[in-house]
Design a protein around this ligand. Structure first.
Ligand code: AKG
Length: 292
């Protein structure tokens, strides 16, 4: 669906002004979007999985582990494919205020794409370099959004995500190095043409939802605190957006319609899109391994 078609539909959770802001900037911070019951549940799951990673010695299809991971001090960078880790993650993705927000940004027919939980550890954590998500999971159009939930208050020192306003309407960069190897980040020569001075941190209290358009240039800061910043992220697509390459981290629910009905006609956006590696053949670790 086009932004105009989406804006023509009545919103469920967001105001029309918030939706217009999202389509103008390519991102939106939505305070107080998730009620305490959901927040407590998600926080408790995030803690449980972090604790259970103590039993894990090497990265696998559940955990992406950092170099300093140990039984005593778990260092998890990512819990993968959340909706396959616990039924409550799927309940949250498929039938919660989050799903309503996805529909307000994508139109009445919405598909689930993927999910993950990024833990940013104290002592710097993982600084995520500037990148555009859609280059890793291209679709026939650009009506996809990533929704993240702040489980705790997030300010500058907690390692928030940062987005460049308007960059979703700009170029899509090839995220590869001179040897054509996937880097998951925008090359230095390209980033010079992005106005990073305008980047906005997505700070907000616990219960804030952050929405990032799939073309928006974004990254995230170091964690300068002593707390782990846990951020669950869920990707949704308009039902008429179809993936044309295998998903990097497919789940058992990828492609499932969570609002409305399946599309019978694909929407094709003429703007070009870089081709990622074939993840089904090459395998996908995480953005952290790619950007290393
Ligand atoms: O967790 C973060 O700080 C950044 C996450 C991100 O940009 C991504 O996973 O694409």
């Amino acid at each position: 669906m086009t932004p105009e078609d989406i804006l023509d539909q009545s919103p469920v959770r967001l105001t029309q002004t918030q939706r217009e802001q999202y389509f103008a900037d390519g991102f939106l911070t939505i305070p107080n979007a998730i009620p305490p019951e959901w927040l407590n549940r998600l926080r408790s799951l995030a803690d449980q999985f972090l604790d259970s990673s103590r039993r894990c010695a090497a990265s696998d299809n559940v955990f992406d582990l950092g170099p300093n991971h140990s039984t005593e001090t778990p260092h998890v960078r990512r819990l993968k494919a959340l909706v396959d880790r616990h039924p409550d993650f799927w309940a949250f993705a498929s039938n919660s205020p989050l799903t309503d927000i996805a529909a307000d940004m994508l139109g009445p027919n919405v598909k689930f794409h993927s999910s993950k939980l990024n833990y940013k550890s104290p002592g710097g954590g993982e600084v995520v370099k500037w990148h555009q998500d859609i280059s890793a999971w291209p679709h026939t159009n650009y009506s996809l959004v990533t929704l993240g939930v702040h489980l705790d208050d997030v300010a500058h020192d907690d390692g928030p995500l940062s987005c460049v306003p308007g960059s979703h309407d700009g170029e899509l960069y090839v995220q590869r190095d001179a040897d054509n190897k996937w880097t998951g980040s925008i090359a230095d020569k390209d980033i010079e043409s992005v106005n990073l001075d305008r980047a906005v941190d997505m700070n907000g209290g616990a219960g804030t939802v952050i929405a990032i358009h799939c073309r928006t240039v974004h990254g995230s800061r170091a964690n300068l605190t002593n707390n782990v910043r846990a951020l669950p992220l869920f990707v949704f697509a308009s039902a008429d957006a179809f993936a044309w390459m295998p998903a990097p981290s497919p789940t058992s629910k990828t492609g499932e319609v969570v609002r409305g009905v399946p599309a019978t006609v694909a929407h094709l956006d003429p703007r070009p899109c870089p081709v990622p590696p074939n993840w089904a053949v090459e395998g996908y670790g995480s953005i952290f391994t790619a950007q290393k």
